[in-house]
Ligand binder design. Structure first.
Ligand code: ZN
Length: 194
């Protein structure tokens, strides 16, 4: 059965002018996951063989190799005098290649942070995570990278609120050399120096 829809003469854009009759309910058969699992509908199972490789580039590749050795590397531009990490192949201020690679300390200062009670895909966390931008010692101000803070007694939210602050001095806590693979996660987290 279909019902008639009247168009409004006052409104020339009324969909009723175009689609005068609409069905009572949409046609078709609803399909559930269970129907597919139980083979109630025709289906083809196909497992694609896909391989991906990601090229991290000249500068970040060397940075990641440094992490594997337990070193935080940066680059220096002699034109503007800035030292930055993560390294870039060129200085984005001067638009010229960087001049020098430098080994930095694994200490730094918290530029900003957040206390997260959910994961990136909105699953609740019993122990909150504390992502923070860390400015590594020896680099230009307001240059840093995102990592996690730890070793603060994360189970105790009051302890986090009491201790974590912008300007807090921190040091990297590394995985053991055997566990390091050349990834930013070779640093487990940054813990307070005080
Ligand atoms: Zn520069």
């Amino acid at each position: 059965m279909a019902r008639k829809r009247e168009s409004s003469p006052q409104n020339p854009h009324d969909v009723g002018r175009v689609m005068r009759e609409i069905p009572e309910r949409p046609r078709g058969t609803p399909l559930k996951d269970q129907d597919i699992r139980e083979g109630k509908v025709s289906l083809i199972a196909w497992k694609p063989h896909l391989e991906y490789r990601w090229d991290s580039g000249v500068a970040i590749s060397r940075f990641l190799l440094g992490l594997k050795e337990g070193k935080i590397l940066g680059v220096r531009c002699h034109s503007c005098g800035r030292t930055v990490t993560p390294p870039r192949a060129f200085c984005e201020w001067c638009f010229r290649p960087v001049d020098e690679w430098v080994e930095l300390k694994d200490t730094g200062t918290v530029n900003t942070f957040s206390i997260c009670y959910v994961t990136w895909d909105m699953k609740p966390l019993e122990i909150p995570q504390i992502p923070a931008v860390i400015e590594i010692d020896g680099t230009h101000p307001r240059v840093g990278f995102l990592h996690l803070l730890g070793g603060i007694g994360e189970k105790d939210v009051e302890a986090i609120r009491r201790r974590v602050r912008v300007g807090m001095r921190v040091q990297a806590v590394w995985k053991s050399p055997a566990e390091r693979v050349g990834a930013i996660t070779d640093i487990l987290y940054f813990q307070p120096l005080e």
